[in-house]
Design a protein around this ligand. Structure first.
Ligand SMILES: [Zn+2]
Length: 235
């Protein structure tokens, strides 16, 4: 079974080909289709490129999107120029259990997962692509905070998706209530995150706490976030 998760799905593949990457797919009728997640991701990539072009100037080719499950769930791979996003119905039991523990129902666990990983984080990963394209150096805490702030600004300005952001914020606030703040009392969150970045990234509860907090903080300031300030102003 685990080797199946390593099968790389070509982002340009047709839905039938993609389905073969997830042979155990047999979720409920309401489960999202891989082809729909791929199409959503590709649309968001194009929309993001259009959004940043007037400010960022000439940019390299945008990433392609791949829907497949890995331990890292969602990430931008610089070498292959691919944004990888995961698929809820074929997550491992332990991966699903984590999100089930953060939500009031199985339906909301699947909803939160889809909204976070198949929608919001596409823009977050596009910001990492942009940060590399523009050579914007930053420590991990700043890089992650800005990735979430740019994603919120993108959905506000380019997608007119304020209601959807607010609904995601509601689910993340509920999830945060179930997670312990990993920062020791008296420690500076940014310094702690930067010092323990690689260890935190291996711990879904601790890393999730930081990312969820970044997103809810960004949504709270959604009306004042501007792309040019986020990219070229110093925090
Ligand atoms: Zn990130």
């Amino acid at each position: 079974m685990p080797t199946r998760w390593r099968i790389r799905c070509a982002a340009a593949a047709l839905a039938t080909t993609l389905a073969s990457c997830f042979p155990s797919l047999s979720g409920p009728a309401s489960a999202p289709r891989v082809a729909d997640i791929l199409a959503l991701g590709e649309n968001l990539v194009q929309s993001y490129v259009t959004w940043v072009a007037p400010i960022a100037g000439p940019l390299p080719a945008p990433p392609i999107v791949s829907v497949r499950n890995t331990p890292n769930l969602a990430y931008f791979d610089l070498r292959s120029n691919v944004i990888v996003v995961p698929y809820w119905p074929t997550l491992t039991d332990s991966q699903q259990a984590f999100f089930l523990s953060l939500t009031p129902s199985a339906e909301e666990a699947a909803l939160l997962f889809g909204e976070l990983f198949n929608w919001f984080l596409v823009a977050h990963e596009m910001t990492h692509w942009l940060q590399r394209a523009l050579d914007l150096e930053a420590d991990p805490y700043t890089r992650e905070r800005i990735a979430n702030e740019c994603a919120v600004a993108f959905f506000m300005e380019s997608e007119a998706a304020e209601e959807r952001l607010v609904e995601l914020d509601r689910m993340l606030a509920y999830a945060l209530d179930a997670l312990a703040d990993p920062v020791p009392p008296g420690a500076d969150p940014a310094a702690y995150f930067n010092l323990h970045y690689y260890a935190l990234a291996q711990d879904p509860a601790k890393y999730g706490y930081f990312q969820f907090r970044f997103i809810t903080d960004a949504v709270a300031r959604r009306k004042s976030l501007r792309l040019v300030d986020l990219l070229f102003g110093q925090s």
